[in-house]
Design a protein around this ligand. Structure first.
Ligand code: HEM
Length: 200
């Protein structure tokens, strides 16, 4: 698995840094969730392939997700500032980290630093940390039910992007399956801080 040795300088992106949360989930539990999601050796290979295919398209992919969020007021409201207008500075800052997440999902080894950053991302959707990283003043949390339901968008919209670079149908299917599993694995982990915080 490719290791990213030189993480990009993205404001608020604290992957592998000491200020990042510590995950209360053990590596042993992570492996059980991976097993439950049927993430296998083959998926790791396909995730690497997906990383190559998505690298140059990640920003466009995130743009597609943003359009869905923007078209639904109950989702768009989580980016609206105290003046009642979308907080463009906040949106732009978060977008950079979302683009990086696409690459991380494909390329990062699922070690302790990865596990910790899952906890951090989850916390940033809850009232425990939302707005904090970018000093924003928007709705205090993203309800878990919307995060989970939005996984449908994250999983389905990627397919045409995976098919963009002339891979065989079997490879596109393999990449899509691996991506789906990797996203749902993260959803299972992100539920953790929500459960204690009662923000369904
Ligand atoms: C499967 C579903 C989702 C995924 C994979 C996802 C992914 C991410 C990622 C990677 C980040 C940046 C984390 C970082 O700071 O490094 C983020 C932040 C954020 N997401 Fe999501 N997200 C999902 C669902 C949603 C939904 C449904 C909303 C509501 C519109 C939402 C709103 C936000 C907001 C407001 C932030 C910024 C939080 C902050 O203040 O730090 N997300 N998301």
């Amino acid at each position: 698995m490719q290791v990213i040795t030189d993480p990009p300088q993205i404001p608020g992106y604290t992957y592998g840094q000491s200020e990042t949360a510590s995950s209360p989930v053990s590596m042993e539990d992570l492996h059980k969730i991976e097993q439950t999601a049927t993430l296998a050796e083959e998926d790791e290979r396909y995730l690497q392939m997906a990383g190559e295919v998505l690298e140059s398209q990640a920003e466009e992919l995130v743009g597609a997700w943003r359009s869905v969020i923007g078209s639904q007021p109950h989702l768009a409201s989580t980016f609206v500032g105290s003046d009642g207008k979308p907080d463009e500075r906040y949106k732009a800052a978060v977008k950079l980290r979302l683009v990086q997440w696409v690459i991380d999902t494909c390329r990062r080894p699922r070690d302790q630093a990865w596990l910790n950053y899952q906890e951090e991302i989850a916390l940033r959707h809850t009232s425990l940390e939302k707005n904090l990283t970018d000093d924003a003043c928007t709705f205090p949390y993203v309800p878990l039910r919307y995060v989970l339901a939005f996984a449908a968008v994250i999983v389905t919209t990627v397919r045409p992007f995976l098919a963009q670079q002339g891979h065989s149908d079997a490879d596109v299917q393999g990449m899509h399956d691996a991506w789906t599993k990797a996203v749902l694995l993260q959803m299972a982990l992100w539920a953790q801080p929500y459960v204690n915080n009662g923000e369904w």
